[in-house]
Ligand binder design. Structure first.
Ligand code: NAD
Ligand code: UFG
Length: 340
């Protein structure tokens, strides 16, 4: 029988790509999502790609009785926990909503796992937990000091999971710190579908290229970086999805442990380099203006990706040209996302 993995937030951007990678690796995803930032169409597309329709429970991850009935419905081998809110700016305006969905959501999930005796958990954390460390290459052992409510929810969850793992034998927990997930499945059938005007660089660039938005604003041309624009570690979402499968395999094959891993490429790319790569991939111009820095941004950061390579034997396979090509394929085929 194929092992079942509960995927909270599995209809979302990263979760839907993880569903594809899991199915292709012999796991059966069972998705729990409240569709607050996604649509059921992403799961229909997962079925078109893989030939397997993930089972779906429409529920809030904070709903203890919904979680209990999911765990009672049959054996669940592990949980991948993607459900949560992720907009840094919004988290400063609605902090309690972020603590409720992210922190209380994970608490409800961990308690339900404890009741059900399921102790294998892969958690979506973020490089935002590092805050503004003053260095560019970020290693897992750096002191975490997040600078916004979203980041604090992730760091609090990481600590809660560490306390849980220390308190009770048998937990296998991975805290995965994503750098900047971008791109789409190579089929162009699933991808990132932000609601409203995108906050992040890649979906904004894609929407300019497809003509849905007029011009990109480049936030700052005077950063202490080679071309003056911000530098980040952009990881292809399918590399990220494969990293989740590698993590799960590793957790299930080794003794109980708490694992903390960066998932990134280990390389930085500037905003201008990204614009040029997208223009090459799409054959379209991406007009832009350099404007003031965005409050809260840092100049440059990228992952020290050596621990994941060492522990998992996993490395990213795709580069900037691949991720621009795949993001463009998705954007062109779905100019209005899953909505049409
Ligand atoms: P997303 O918004 O596309 O996916 C999140 C999914 O969770 C959505 O389908 C949403 O409907 C669902 N959801 C939200 N709150 C819920 C709740 N209370 N109960 C049930 N379902 C709920 O986001 P994503 O980009 O796929 O991110 C997935 C995870 O990865 C998040 O935890 C996010 O914080 C983390 N992460 C994302 C990024 C990024 O840039 N995409 C970077 C670092 C970490
Ligand atoms: N940028 C622009 N114009 C835009 C959007 C972004 O110039 O319209 C620039 C930013 O200033 C930054 C780079 O593009 O230099 C990347 O910005 P993103 O908003 O795409 O990503 P961030 O690195 O700011 O943040 C992302 C996620 C956070 C997560 C963080 C962790 O949005 O949730 O990565 O690494 F916490």
């Amino acid at each position: 029988m194929q092992p079942v993995v509960l995927i909270t937030g599995g209809a979302g951007y990263v979760g839907s790509h993880a569903c594809v990678a899991l199915i292709e690796s012999g796991y059966l995803p069972l998705v729990l999502d409240n569709f607050s930032n996604s649509s059921v169409e992403s799961l229909r597309r997962v079925a078109r790609i893989t030939g397997v329709q993930p089972q779906l429970v429409e529920a809030d991850v904070r709903d203890a009785s919904a979680l209990d009935s999911v765990f009672r419905s049959g054996p669940i081998h592990a949980v991948m926990h993607f459900a949560g809110l992720k907009a840094v700016g919004e988290s400063t305006v609605q902090p309690l909503r972020y603590y409720a969905h992210n922190l209380a959501g994970t608490l409800a999930l961990a308690k339900a796992m404890q009741r059900a005796g399921v102790r294998n958990l892969v958690f979506s954390s973020s490089a935002t937990v590092y805050g503004e460390p003053g260095i560019e290459q970020l290693h897992e052992d750096l002191r975490c000091d997040p600078v916004n409510p979203y980041g604090r929810t992730k760091w609090m969850i990481e600590q809660m999971l560490a306390d849980l793992a220390a308190s009770e034998p048998g937990w296998r927990i991975a805290r995965l710190r994503y750098f900047n997930p971008v791109g789409a499945h190579a089929s162009g059938l699933i991808g990132e579908d932000p609601r409203g005007v995108p906050n992040n660089l890649m979906p904004y660039v894609s929407q300019v290229a497809v003509g849905r938005l007029d011009r990109l604003r480049v936030f700052g041309g005077d950063w202490p970086t080679p071309d003056g624009t911000g530098v980040r570690d952009y990881i292809h979402v399918m590399d990220l999805a494969d990293g989740h499968v590698a993590t799960l395999r590793h957790l299930l094959a080794t003794p109980p442990q708490l694992l903390t891993l960066n998932l990134g490429t280990g390389r930085g790319t500037s905003v201008l380099e990204m614009i040029r790569a997208f223009e090459r991939a799409s054959g379209r111009a991406v007009p832009y203006d350099v404007v003031d820095r965005r409050p809260g941004d840092i100049a440059a950061c990228w992952a020290d990706a050596t621990r994941a390579a060492h522990v998992l034997g996993w490395r990213t396979q795709r580069g900037i040209d691949d991720l621009c090509r795949d993001a463009w394929r998705w954007q062109q085929a779905n100019p209005r996302g899953y909505g049409g």
